[in-house]
Design a protein around this ligand. Structure first.
Ligand SMILES: [Zn+2]
Length: 273
């Protein structure tokens, strides 16, 4: 790897928003060396995340920096220099090259879908879940409604398995993710227009945290109204309990890891992969 210059994206007032750097990486599959923009820092100063954990700006607009894709063999990874046992022949398959026949409207959506395919082939289902969820976000941005719904339908069995794994886990911190995953599943279902399933599966569900129940009831109400629009945590009213506020820095920057752990909600602590 070789570092180059550092780039800055500034808003109209000259405030620092996102920084990135140039990085040369050698593909672990074909050996081709390419240059990539790599995220150095960003922030989420523009409100809470969406109900499916998509972060607010500015981090929201850095998705093109989350994955690298080798221009030669099309291998996709967070870092294509990382060794992987996927074969070059598999990367040449029609399924991988043509994204299972989905005609995505952007190369970025293809990149996330290919990352999903690699993760599925590697049986890394958690990685696959986040890859296909992120692919849906890119489709949302492109107004590619059909593929956004397809991606969410592919995400559903994966998040269901993650919830079951957490439920049977002895690990307390893993179990504590369970409620967040339930909310995430409810939102993915609603955005995929599976309205009746949201109502049937979650109407009698009660979560341990009041605010989380607010989110869940909000999902159920929107599902009953057959509303599959995108909402963020700030859109959800507080009910029957005192709101708790967490002070947010007005214009702070942080490294990427710190940004990921501060997605603007005390309830969505799931990692962004
Ligand atoms: Zn390559």
């Amino acid at each position: 790897m070789l570092f180059f210059e550092v780039g800055l994206l500034l808003d109209g007032k000259g405030f620092l928003m996102t920084t990135f750097r140039k990085l040369e990486c050698k593909c672990a599959i074909c050996g081709t060396t390419s240059e990539f923009d790599v995220l150095s820092s960003s922030n989420t100063c523009d409100g809470g995340p969406d109900l499916d954990t998509r972060p607010a700006e500015m981090y929201r607009s850095t998705m093109h920096l989350w994955l690298q894709e080798c221009p030669k063999c099309k291998y996709v990874s967070g870092n294509i220099s990382d060794r992987h046992n996927i074969s070059r022949e598999w990367l040449n398959s029609n399924s991988y090259r043509w994204c299972d026949g989905h005609f995505f409207m952007s190369s970025l959506a293809k990149r996330f879908y290919r990352h999903y395919l690699i993760a599925m082939e590697s049986k890394d289902y958690k990685e696959a879940f986040y890859a296909i969820l992120h692919c849906a976000w890119v489709c949302d941005d492109k107004k590619d409604i059909r593929n956004a719904i397809r991606c969410r339908k592919l995400a559903l069995p994966l998040v269901t398995d993650m919830i079951e794994d957490d439920y049977y886990s002895d690990n307390y911190s893993s179990q504590s993710n369970d409620a967040s995953l339930i909310l995430l599943k409810a939102d993915i279902m609603r955005r995929a227009k599976r309205f009746n399933e949201v109502v049937n599966e979650f109407s009698s569900k009660r979560l341990s945290d009041d605010r989380m129940n607010d989110y869940l009831q909000f999902e159920i109400e929107k599902a009953k109204a057959k509303d599959n629009k995108c909402y963020c945590t700030d859109d959800v009213p507080f009910t029957n309990h005192r709101p708790t506020y967490r002070k947010r820095p007005e214009n702070s920057t942080s490294d990427m890891k710190k940004t990921e752990s501060n997605e603007g909600s005390d309830l969505f602590d799931l990692p962004l992969l």
